[in-house]
Design a protein around this ligand. Structure first.
Ligand code: TXA
Ligand code: MG
Length: 334
């Protein structure tokens, strides 16, 4: 991505205004965007994704100036967070105004709001929003339950003809979905881990942040246990157990691919179909490449994807969460 953004802006605005779907790059993952106040347009998102109808959507806005149009009783801390992290990968759940209809919120009294930083979606929002602070609803641009797209090609492969226009903004720099922070009750609570971490939020608001949804509400689709899953079974294996797992698979004539810390991955490159090594010191690298690697390994056709996960430490929580969900569909190991 260069700074000079060239894409069919007028056409994209036109599609949104006519109630169509535009696949848009954001810094996290690609989104499937529609006019957030047009019920028919939003219904098309659900249809294209085959997403259960009561799962609420995130509304994407131009910036903090649009907060009061969409949210009421906005706490001072939420404003501070928006000023600090927007544009960027933080979604705030707040009490809704009448602008956020049931078809966006799934009938809840709250709405999820975010201002993305990718220049293409920013330009588009600026051109589309107008004086009434219109927003676009945009879930990740993948079929329900599948791996989120981090390139325009991922979107084309999955949703292709179901989308009126796909804007190519290159590979997403963050690579996993935004952090979702519930600010609608007294205690701030992270509902989905992402690149904006608990400590980063605590630094700004000066108080503790809770982690995890209060109840296992199926309405937060990113919190479904099995999600972001490749077609081929993905298994988490410790570095110590990897040799045994590899031998066991070889004995049964099963092939496998690997995602592991670089040093580990190197040792196995000769025996697996495909092998990706990540920098075990830098969470942002695995974070930005994880979904693309999962897409690639899924296509490479190995029977299993083995992943040696990073340590359970701050900065790694987002990728660990996504890996846990990708591995949640249990089938027999062999
Ligand atoms: O990074 C992202 O957030 C991407 C890009 C495209 O912006 N979008 C994304 O959207 O991940 P989606 O629909 O795949 O995930 C949105 C999550 C869902 O888990 C949904 O249930 C939750 O946000 N959500 C939306 N409104 C909510 C609300 N009012 N309360 C709690 N969770 C909500
Ligand atoms: Mg999603």
């Amino acid at each position: 991505m260069t700074d000079a953004v060239t894409f069919p802006l007028d056409q994209a605005v036109d599609v949104l205004e006519r109630g169509g779907l535009v696949a848009i790059p954001t810094e996290t993952v690609y989104g499937l965007a529609a006019d957030a106040e047009n019920g028919d347009a939003v219904a098309k998102i659900y249809k294209a994704k085959q997403r259960p109808a009561n799962h609420p959507l995130i509304v994407h806005l131009t910036g903090p100036e649009a907060l009061d149009a969409w949210a009421r009783e906005v706490p001072e801390d939420a404003r501070k967070l928006a000023e600090t992290f927007w544009p960027g990968p933080l979604t705030l759940v707040l009490k809704r105004t009448d602008k956020a209809k049931d078809f966006i919120t799934g009938g809840q009294d709250t709405v999820a709001l975010r201002c993305p930083s990718h220049p293409v979606i920013r330009e588009l929002l600026k051109a589309f929003a107008g004086s009434s602070h219109k927003g676009v609803a945009a879930p990740s641009a993948n079929s329900f339950g599948k791996i989120s797209p981090t390139t325009a090609e991922h979107v084309r492969n999955d949703l292709g003809e179901k989308v009126d226009l796909i804007l190519d903004g290159g590979a997403c720099s963050v690579g996993i979905e935004s952090t979702i922070l519930d600010m609608s009750e007294n205690d701030p609570r992270i509902l989905r881990e992402g690149a904006v971490t608990g400590p980063m939020i605590e630094d700004v608001i000066g108080r503790a942040v809770q982690h995890g949804a209060k109840s296992a509400s199926p309405r937060v689709s990113g919190t479904l246990k099995s999600h972001y899953a490749p077609e081929h079974p993905l298994r988490l294996v410790s570095a110590e157990d990897l040799p045994g797992a590899a031998q066991e698979l070889a004995r049964h004539f099963k092939t496998f691919s690997i995602i592991a810390p670089e040093a580990v991955a190197k040792r196995f490159s000769g025996v697996c179909v495909n092998c990706f090594g990540y920098d075990a010191e830098d969470p942002t690298e695995l974070q930005s490449r994880l979904y693309d690697w999962m897409h690639q390994l899924d296509k490479s056709g190995a029977d299993f994807i083995l992943v040696v996960p990073p340590p359970s430490a701050n900065g790694w929580l987002g990728v660990l969460d996504r890996l846990g969900r990708a591995a949640a569909t249990k089938t027999e190991f062999l």
